[in-house]
Ligand binder design. Structure first.
Ligand code: GDP
Ligand code: MG
Length: 441
């Protein structure tokens, strides 16, 4: 994807707002890229349409190309789509003992993930966890979980040979109640492919324990297959979330997007290796970066935006903090405002000026008014500019006449100056560092 996209984007080097043509060209490639990253066709199509509407007409940040900007927009839209509601890492495990059912195909990483989550619950939330293997088909499966349990210091249900998965689930539930466990995790058996027997079995277990969470574990490298698996499990069993494993590999993560779009179920965790702490709460921007394979460009655009905002804020601060704020400063400010998209735009960026921006809006002040204000200031003498307190009635009349305007307009200007001085005094007290931070929020 990267090469293909950069090729197109290199051609989009002119600055300014994104034209419809820019966006279309870039998005054609984005769509191919999504498909290559295993995103399903309808999902890719719908996604591209959404981005197209968003991107057209957006201003291009200075120092990045339109192409890079489109990538950023696509990235943000991906993050938006991938993000579920609430905190993906917060498992519903109140009302102990809370059953957590782990389902998925064989080899997807269920047993490993069961151990990882148990360890997290124990260490991060201080929960008392019981794990039970319901895998009666592979002789080593139960031992595998028991070994993990010893390794991470989490109890496992004692192994009793010859029991059915449902019987084991019942035993686990009882043991969890008797033993005062907060959570009991049921690690089910998988098959290489979805089949009726597997589904029926998991369904029975579900009916017996009524899990608080049913987590589907899918191999992040399997792409489109993962989406089908998610659909089927959700339809038959009902899942509350997905754990994507093997994201430490070179999987594109496109399955995540499709899965989210198709099932509407949140991705909760990402497995990043075989070790017991190689698991993280799902973070949409990481996967988005993977899908696009262009994390560096996204970072670049973000950086450019931040730098520009910081530069603007800092320049303005410096000017305002310089000594007292007289008419010369105000004039400079006004001229600056004209360059920066008018008063309101600028004031909204300044701490403590939101209210004034509103007043400005209400008074219908626009850029023409700024020009008149500058004319008023030009009509003042040097002394008057340095010390606006000198302005008594006769001087006001002279100044207004000089600018060809009414005294009432001059009064408005003076009022605005007073208000701004007040704000500035407050800001000086706050200290510069704090102010800058606030300005950039
Ligand atoms: P199960 O059949 O679904 O229970 O799968 P297992 O938990 O036994 O995992 C199968 C294999 O995948 C094991 O060798 C695990 O160590 C490995 N595995 C599980 N999760 C991850 C992961 O996130 N990354 C990597 N690289 N390997 C994993
Ligand atoms: Mg297993």
């Amino acid at each position: 994807l990267s090469e293909r996209l950069s090729g197109v984007f290199d051609r989009l080097t002119k600055q300014g707002a994104l034209s419809e043509e820019d966006v279309k060209t870039a998005l054609r490639e984005v769509r191919v890229a999504l498909l290559e990253a295993d995103v399903s066709l309808p999902v890719a199509r719908e996604f591209v349409k959404k981005v197209q509407d968003q991107a057209t007409g957006q201003a291009v940040t200075k120092s990045v190309t339109p192409g890079q900007q489109v990538v950023k927009i696509v990235h943000d839209a991906l993050v938006d789509t991938l993000r579920g509601e609430g905190d993906p890492g917060a498992l519903k495990i109140d009302n102990p003992p809370a059953p957590v059912l782990m389902v998925g195909l064989q080899g997807s990483g269920k047993t490993t993930t069961t151990g990882k989550l148990a360890k997290r619950l124990k260490e991060k939330e201080g929960k008392k966890v019981l794990m039970a293997s319901l895998d009666v088909y592979r002789p080593a499966a139960m031992d595998q979980l028991a070994i993990l349990g010893t390794q991470i210091g989490v109890d496992t249900l004692p192994i009793v040979k010859g029991q059915s998965p449902v019987d084991i689930a019942k035993r686990a539930k009882q043991q969890a109640m008797l033993g005062g466990y907060d959570v009991y995790m049921l690690d089910t058996a998988g098959r290489l492919h979805i089949d009726e027997v597997l589904m029926d079995e998991v369904e029975q277990v579900r009916n017996v324990v009524e899990p608080r969470e049913t987590l589907l574990v899918v191999d992040g490298l399997t792409g489109q297959v993962a989406v089908e698996v998610a659909e089927e499990f959700d339809a038959k069993i009902g899942i509350s979330g997905v754990v994507l494993t093997r994201m430490d590999g070179d999987g594109r993560g496109g399955a995540a997007l499709s899965m989210r779009a198709v099932t509407g179920k949140p991705i909760r965790y990402v497995g990043l290796g075989e070790k017991m702490d190689a698991i993280e709460t799902f973070e949409p921007d990481r996967i988005a970066g993977r899908i696009l394979g262009m994390g560096d460009i996204v970072a670049l655009v973000e950086k450019a935006q931040e730098t520009i905002e910081a530069e603007q804020a800092e320049r303005m601060m410096k000017r305002m903090m310089k000594g007292h704020f007289n008419m010369n400063d105000l004039k400079m400010q006004l001229e600056q405002m004209q360059q920066m998209g008018g008063m309101q735009g600028m004031m909204q960026m300044m701490p403590g000026m939101g209210k004034m921006a509103k007043q400005v809006e209400e008074s219908g002040m626009d850029d023409k008014i700024i020009a008149r204000q500058v004319a008023l200031i030009n009509s003042m003498t040097k002394k008057e500019r340095a010390n606006p307190a000198l302005l008594q009635a006769s001087r006001k009349k002279r100044i207004a006449a000089g600018a060809g305007l009414q005294v009432s307009e001059l009064n408005k200007l003076l009022k605005m100056h007073r208000q701004m001085s007040d704000v500035m005094k407050k800001m000086s007290k706050m200290g510069k560092g704090k102010m800058l931070k606030q300005a950039m929020k």
